[in-house]
Write a protein that binds this ligand. Structure first.
Ligand SMILES: [Fe+2]
Length: 198
C-alpha cells in the first residue's frame, strides 16, 4: 500500500534523525532507506509531480513537526536548470522519474574571495538511483533536468529546506547571494513566485 510505504518511510527517517548527529551516518542510512522506497510501490500523488514552465518546483511531502528534517518532491520541466546553490544542511536525493545531470563544486571556505568555484565532478542520475547530495561542508551543486521528460526527485533534507537561508553562487566569480526558496503548493500558484533552488 502506497500510503503505508510513505508512513513507514517517515517513521524510519524520524528514527534515524533522532539516533545521531553524524551527518555521514544519517545520509548513508537515509540513502539506503530511500533506495528501498523508490524500488517499492510508493507513488507520489499526481498533483505533486506536475512541472511548471517557469522554474522547478518544491512540493513538501513531509515536514517534521520540529523542523529537524523534511521530504520534498522536486519537479523540473525538461531542460530546466537550477543556479549553483548550497543547502547548508545534509541532504539525500533520489530520482523518482526522468533523469538529472548534477554539477558539483567544492564549497569555498570563505565567501567573496573573487575566485571561481572549483568543479568537483558531474554525473547523470536516473530513476531509482540515490545520491547523498549534501553534508553541511560539501553541499554546492547545480542540477539540470535531462533526457527530454520531466524529472521528479524525492529529496530528504536536515531541516525545513523551504525556510533555510542558503547561498546562490556565480561559479565564475564565487560571488554569493543569499536566498530562501520557500515552498510550492500547487502549479497554479507557482508562476507568481521567485526561482526555486532545490
Ligand atoms: Fe540542490
Amino acid at each position: 500500500m502506497s500510503d503505508h510505504d510513505l508512513r513507514d518511510f517517515i517513521d524510519d527517517v524520524a528514527v534515524i534523525v533522532k539516533d545521531t548527529d553524524d551527518e555521514n551516518e544519517i545520509t548513508r542510512r537515509i540513502a539506503a532507506r530511500l533506495s528501498a522506497l523508490l524500488a517499492g510501490d510508493y507513488r507520489i500523488p499526481a498533483e505533486l509531480t506536475r512541472p511548471s514552465p517557469e522554474h522547478h518546483l518544491n512540493y513538501p511531502l513531509h515536514i517534521a513537526a520540529d523542523n529537524s528534517w523534511c521530504m520534498v518532491a522536486v519537479v523540473w520541466s525538461p531542460g530546466q536548470r537550477t543556479p549553483v546553490h548550497s543547502h547548508e544542511t545534509w541532504g539525500v536525493a533520489g530520482i523518482y522519474a526522468g533523469a538529472e545531470h548534477e554539477f558539483r563544486y567544492v564549497k569555498p571556505a570563505a565567501d567573496g574571495t573573487g575566485r571561481p568555484l572549483t568543479p568537483a565532478g558531474e554525473q547523470v542520475w536516473r530513476a531509482g538511483q540515490v545520491t547523498v547530495c549534501c553534508t553541511t561542508d560539501d553541499d554546492v551543486h547545480a542540477v539540470e533536468s535531462v533526457g527530454g521528460e520531466a524529472t521528479v526527485g524525492i529529496h530528504v533534507y536536515g531541516g525545513n529546506i523551504g525556510t533555510i537561508r542558503r547561498r546562490s553562487y556565480d561559479p565564475a566569480t564565487g560571488a554569493v547571494d543569499w536566498f530562501v526558496s520557500g515552498w510550492d503548493q500547487s502549479p497554479a500558484l507557482a508562476g507568481a513566485s521567485a526561482p526555486r533552488q532545490a
